[in-house]
Design a protein around this ligand. Structure first.
Ligand SMILES: *[C@@H]1O[C@H](CO)[C@@H](O)[C@H](O)[C@H]1NC(C)=O
Length: 261
């Protein structure tokens, strides 16, 4: 598949270097990870409405740009929410339920598939540790296998997330507690850490709340807010200056012009 580019490594390296120079910054180019083995099931129906409000905190996946190509991860892959927003290619393998040509579904991690300790990990407890398991939306699963199979073996790998537009910061909390859900993250798609800066403060380190949310216990009302975000996968940081104007409010989402790629 990648033979054409791997046979000309210099050309692509030069291209990436020139592109980085042209943009005046170093691009952390996240390469796809090697393929690994796992299994996949699906949850919900063809409308994927059951995937809304998942553990990553993205809320309505249609409104927030994630659509139906989403998956829940077993806790081993979920990594306490640090895997939220990451993108995976999944292809069915080694089952007669797999579609011809082993097509690839590309999905975003938006939810946790919790363990069920009353079921054996080889018989129903598919998401129990230490299993790597994808509980996909039904529309995504139907791209790789016949849904009647229920569970299929798959190959999977992390791939860069392709997003339109900048990082999106969705605000919750109260006057003393700012809780921010970070969405539409490109590149690695995941977040290792976040800092917030009001026009009257220095950079304040935010702590990981849950899923894709970070929090600061500070009174930041009446100040325009900037955010510094670190990618979990690439450790690259991006600064979104004055994303939220000084009259920002809880319940609103603010979009930056910058993103990871
Ligand atoms: C766990 O498995 C048991 C046995 O199949 C089932 O009755 C129960 O509903 C499951 N729990 C959850 C939270 O899905």
């Amino acid at each position: 598949m990648a033979s054409s580019s791997s046979s000309r490594p210099w050309r692509s390296l030069c291209f990436v270097t020139l592109l980085a120079m042209a943009m005046g910054q170093t691009l952390a180019v996240f390469q796809p990870a090697p393929w690994s083995m796992a299994h996949a099931t699906f949850y919900g129906d063809e409308s994927a409405s059951a995937t809304m409000g998942g553990a990553c905190g993205y809320g309505n996946l249609f409104n927030n740009g994630y659509g139906t190509d989403t998956t829940a991860l077993s806790s081993t892959l979920f990594n306490n929410g640090y895997a939220c927003g990451g993108c995976y290619q999944i292809r069915c393998t080694g089952s007669t339920a797999c579609f011809r040509g082993w097509p690839i579904a590309t999905v975003t991690a938006t939810n946790l598939c919790p363990p069920n300790w009353s079921e054996d990990s080889n018989n129903g407890g598919w998401c129990n540790p230490p299993r790597a398991h994808f509980d996909m939306s039904k529309p995504a699963f139907m791209k790789i296998a016949a849904w009647k199979a229920g569970i299929v073996p798959v190959l999977y790998r992390r791939v860069p997330c392709v997003r339109k537009g900048g990082l999106r910061f969705s605000f919750q909390g109260n006057g003393y507690w700012l809780l921010v859900y970070l969405m539409n993250v490109g590149g690695g798609g995941d977040v290792a850490g976040m800092w917030v800066k009001g026009t009257k403060t220095g950079w304040i380190s935010m702590s990981h709340n849950w899923g894709a949310s970070y929090q600061a216990f500070a009174s930041l009302g009446g100040q325009a807010l900037s955010f510094k975000v670190m990618s979990y996968t690439t450790k690259e940081t991006v600064v979104a200056w004055n994303v939220a104007p000084s009259n920002w409010n809880m319940g609103l989402t603010y979009q930056a012009s910058v993103n990871f790629r």
